[in-house]
Unconditional design. Structure first.
Length: 326
């Protein structure tokens, strides 16, 4: 049996076993195409359709496979709720019994597009749960975008889950923090160095705090921004090896714990050297590609009833570069 066929059968079994009900008809056919897409991405470590077609296993000619994949990507009936959320829910359920780390980050992707993603951390990988893609270069997404992603994912997470939200970007508003507090989630968010801090009746810009390299300075029960949001805890942290200090806002009482959690993001960043980039022209076309760009994993039940995920290959593709148009 060829590697391509073995891989494709493993992906097919995982997708069909994880689906809440036995797929039939068009759903089954579409999942077969999704199987081939994932298998081709993992095998080729590329996201362009000709390369994917080279690493799939069926009796069709490569040109026919490319047309099949293109039709699937452009099919308006391939929606997030049917072809993605069932697997996102299975992933969430399998990890909800341990501290559940959510990461929100923005990246420049493809050709003049930017993606805002909300991911769950698993074994030093960021697995997408929700995303937005817009035209334009990387920059700040609005706070409304941040909250919209939270609202997509929060209903999927069991109420008793210990959620830690990590914001890797300059989160300058306070509505996001208000939403996180309403969910009773812990959070550690990077903020801009010019964020205003009110501490003991004194107001200063975060950048006025100058920790030495390797040091961590914390300010408890302060208020931030011109809206005087709080009380929160503020941290100025210059980890060894970083070019500049990081400025963090958190509701975590222990500043060292907050820094340890935030440090997990640097582990994710180290994996980004080999990411697979989808070179599709428009965000609306990415809406179909997201489901195939997510890396393949296989699942099996262990003795405790929790769900195990095992990476096969193509781990560099661990962060998906696709989404829906805003």
């Amino acid at each position: 049996m060829s590697d391509a066929l073995r891989r494709q059968r493993a992906v097919h079994k995982a997708l069909f076993d994880l689906y809440p009900e036995a797929p039939e008809g068009n759903l089954a056919r579409h999942l077969n195409t999704l199987t081939a897409l994932i298998s081709g991405i993992v095998g080729s470590r590329k996201t362009n359709l000709p390369k994917i077609a080279e690493y799939t296993s069926d009796n069709a000619l490569p040109e026919s496979r490319i047309k099949r994949f293109s039709r699937w990507i452009d099919n308006g009936q391939i929606d997030q709720e049917t072809y993605f959320l069932p697997y996102a829910q299975a992933l969430i359920d399998s990890l909800a019994h341990v501290p559940f780390f959510l990461v929100m980050d923005a990246s420049a992707v493809g050709r003049k597009c930017a993606t805002l993603m909300l991911c769950v951390l698993y074994k030093k990988r960021a697995l997408p749960l929700a995303w937005l893609v817009v035209k334009g270069n990387k920059g700040h997404f609005s706070e409304e975008n941040h909250i919209a992603l939270l609202q997509q994912v929060q209903p999927l997470i069991p109420d008793d889950t210990h959620v830690i939200f990590l914001g890797d970007g300059e989160f300058d508003g306070t509505d996001l923090q208000t939403q996180l507090e309403a969910y009773a989630w812990d959070y550690v968010c990077r903020t801009a160095k010019n964020t205003q801090i009110l501490c003991h009746s004194k107001t200063f810009a975060f950048q006025e705090v100058a920790p030495i390299e390797g040091a961590c300075m914390s300010f408890h029960d302060v208020r931030v921004t011109l809206q005087s949001y709080g009380p929160v805890n503020a941290i100025a942290w210059w980890e060894k090896g970083y070019a500049d200090p990081l400025y963090l806002i958190t509701n975590v009482e222990n500043p060292r714990q907050a820094c340890r959690w935030y440090y997990l993001l640097s582990e994710i960043a180290r994996q980004r050297g080999g990411e697979v980039e989808a070179r599709l022209r428009l965000p609306v076309r990415r809406a179909g590609c997201i489901f195939g760009s997510i890396p393949s994993f296989t699942g099996g039940q262990n003795g405790t009833g929790s769900f195990n995920l095992e990476w096969r290959s193509g781990e560099e593709a661990s962060v998906s570069f696709s989404g829906r148009e805003v």
